[in-house]
Design a protein around this ligand. Structure first.
Ligand SMILES: *[C@@H]1O[C@H](CO)[C@@H](O)[C@H](O)[C@H]1NC(C)=O
Ligand SMILES: *[C@@H]1O[C@H](CO)[C@@H](O)[C@H](O)[C@H]1NC(C)=O
Ligand SMILES: *[C@@H]1O[C@H](CO)[C@@H](O)[C@H](O)[C@H]1NC(C)=O
Length: 358
């Protein structure tokens, strides 16, 4: 009898510690925590989502506002990312603003970076709807400010991170030079991204030549060029960022969904009409080739860079692109960007988890 009691007490204690552990997880753990990779998991339905309605976010760009552009289904708004080994902390915008008091956060990258910046500004504004904000755009720099908290959330459009320079021969993509770096100094949190533009050809390709050190090429393997450009960026960060003052993130490669073969629906017309994520935690199409390049470059750096490893979790969301409900409504087929509310909100929940963990 006594030993039974001892066993059940032990079991109770065990249970108690487990619950404690779970609560601690809720307060923010990350890849550093043994057994918990925040980026490995699956999408589950959660009726408390989305985190905001776009009607509450007056400055949202039309191209991301799928519901207003006529998207008829809403199920895609109801998914929450559930890591396999622990829970993500619930996003608390006011807490984040308090922690960032006096600080600046800068997204540098292409329109996927814009997508994430816009998501974060909506998440923060809807968390403190009474707090005044200002949104100013000068050239390629958008600055969103919360004066009460003295916080700046900025976005600098920069598709390649390395330079494009106009020369007598034409526009040259310089794989070994970074002029924009001077604008990245003194920022507290930097979040970079780059990939999609490396693939563009024809009219959408904004350069005529690629220059790598002393050699100029008409074109080269785009993954090779991507790796060379990223290495130049990595060298800049290693040489210029003081990691005791600045936290550096890289938004992992954001996948698009234009080929249904990769998710087991070869007859799919791009991402059109997709209303559900891929089930489970494995994307049938496997890892993204650019993701492997990015991971290789980050591994070789001396500065700690936190990879927001969003590729797989986003690959599972074939349902979350604007498709025909993007820019200007029923015009193009957009299977690259993401509807807001939506997947970039999860990227920001992961960013929040990383920022509050210390
Ligand atoms: C990113 O996530 C994928 C899928 O979970 C994993 O295979 C890969 O190793 C992760 N990369 C890093 C650098 O942790
Ligand atoms: C590259 O060009 C510079 C001068 O323009 C020259 O000094 C250097 O030797 C060249 N390097 C190679 C590898 O050709
Ligand atoms: C779609 O992906 C499959 C598998 O990788 C490939 O064989 C096929 O060529 C791709 N189709 C298109 C249109 O790119």
């Amino acid at each position: 009898m006594g030993s039974l009691l001892a066993i059940s007490t032990a079991l109770l204690l065990c249970f108690f510690f487990q619950v404690q552990g779970q609560n601690r997880h809720k307060e923010g753990t990350s890849t550093g925590n043994k057994g918990c990779d925040l980026f490995r998991g699956s999408w589950v339905l959660d009726d408390s989502y989305p985190l905001y309605e776009t009607a509450e976010c007056p400055f949202i760009e039309k191209e991301f506002d799928c519901q207003n552009n006529g998207r008829p289904d809403r199920l895609y708004l109801k998914y929450r990312w559930q890591p396999s080994g622990c829970n993500l902390p619930r996003f608390n915008g006011e807490d984040l603003l308090r922690r960032l008091r006096g600080k600046s956060l800068l997204f540098v990258g292409d329109s996927l970076s814009l997508n994430q910046w816009q998501s974060l500004t909506c998440m923060l504004h809807t968390a403190v709807p009474q707090a005044k904000y200002a949104s100013v755009r000068t050239g390629d720099l958008s600055t969103f400010t919360f004066p009460r908290y003295d916080v700046k959330v900025m976005f600098s459009r920069n598709a390649f991170l390395v330079d494009i320079v106009s020369q007598s021969i034409g526009r040259v993509l310089k794989l070994d030079s970074i002029q924009a770096g001077k604008f990245w100094k003194g920022i507290d949190v930097l979040i970079f991204d780059s990939w999609h533009w490396w693939l563009h050809v024809g009219r959408k390709q904004p350069w005529d030549f690629i220059q790598d050190r002393n050699h100029t090429y008409k074109d080269m393997d785009r993954l090779v060029a991507y790796e060379k450009g990223l290495k130049t960026w990595a060298k800049w960060v290693d040489g210029n960022v003081d990691s005791t003052k600045t936290r550096v993130f890289f938004q992992g490669v954001s996948p698009d969904h234009s080929n249904g073969t990769l998710w087991g629906e070869p007859e799919a017309m791009f991402c059109k009409g997709q209303v559900r994520p891929v089930r489970g935690s494995v994307y049938p199409g496997g890892p993204h080739p650019a993701e492997l390049v990015l991971e290789r470059v980050l591994r070789a750096m001396s500065t700690p860079v936190y990879l927001l490893n969003i590729t797989t979790l986003s690959q599972l969301r074939k349902d979350a692109h604007p498709s025909v409900y993007g820019h200007g409504g029923h015009r193009d087929m957009d299977c690259s960007h993401w509807c807001l509310a939506g997947v970039p909100d999860t990227w920001n929940e992961l960013l929040y988890a990383a920022l509050i963990q210390k």
